[in-house]
Design a protein around this ligand. Structure first.
Ligand SMILES: C[S@@+](CC[C@H](N)C(=O)[O-])C[C@H]1O[C@@H](n2cnc3c(N)ncnc32)[C@H](O)[C@@H]1O
Length: 211
């Protein structure tokens, strides 16, 4: 099982990368070289009960793949893609240590988005590329679930990226995925006691209609 994950990683890592991806992946590789394991996203941990009992799941732009490890531990056939070879190699080790199987691959998800109707569950955390939206919707099978959590322009403190291209506008996740049925949406902005709650991020769990 572990040997399979390693072989898949080796095959995917040998794919040609373009210069742009290489530069960005180099930056992430450097960050991941010494990085400690990150926790899974709240949108997944607080809504694990919505997962189907079987099916194919993808942790897209997975980093160290904390979401993928949760999906695999919940019985889903799990894929995890990221452009950082260092992150994917570490994820293979983490999966081995936990005795779960993850199809981990180095893959530029903007150049090679998921194929249509390929997944029952998609998880995207702390990653935003708006050009992917139609591909994510198309990649869901009927009644498939999208879990999405990322940073918003309304922020508390200095957490997250500063480039507005990587930050959600108010209610933007809802409008991006308006074709899906929202099950859970949380975005608290600056309302109430800003020392508590989910601040500087929005989360959505939404379900594909039956087509
Ligand atoms: C802030 S990290 C989030 C990682 C993980 N989802 C998490 O929540 O911990 C953003 C990730 O996106 C990956 N990434 C950026 N551009 C990418 C691309 N075009 N294709 C695949 N991965 C990409 C980076 O390598 C990095 O691991």
């Amino acid at each position: 099982m572990v040997r399979n994950a390693k072989m898949r990683f080796a095959r995917a890592a040998s794919l040609p990368h373009n210069a742009c991806m290489t530069r960005d992946a180099d930056k992430w590789d450097a960050r991941y070289r010494d990085a400690a394991e990150t926790p899974a996203a709240r949108v997944l941990m607080e809504n694990v009960h919505l997962l189907p009992s079987r099916g194919r799941a993808l942790d897209l732009a997975c980093g160290l793949g904390a979401n993928a490890l949760v999906l695999a531990a919940n019985g889903l056939e799990t894929f995890a893609w990221d452009s950082s070879a260092v992150a994917i190699e570490k994820l293979v080790g983490l999966a081995r240590a936990r005795g779960v199987h993850v199809h981990a691959a180095v893959r530029d998800v903007v150049q090679r988005p998921p194929e249509p109707q390929a997944f029952d569950v998609l998880v995207v955390s702390r990653f935003l590329d708006r050009s992917l939206t139609p591909h994510l919707i198309a990649a869901l099978r009927p009644h498939g679930l999208l879990y999405y959590q990322t940073f918003t322009r309304t922020r508390i403190g200095d957490n997250g990226p500063h480039n507005p291209a990587y930050l959600l506008e108010d209610s933007e996740l809802l409008s991006m995925f308006a074709r899906l049925q929202p099950l859970v949406y949380r975005e608290e902005g600056l309302v109430g006691d800003t020392r508590r709650g989910l601040r500087g991020q929005a989360m959505l769990v939404a379900r594909a209609r039956s087509h």
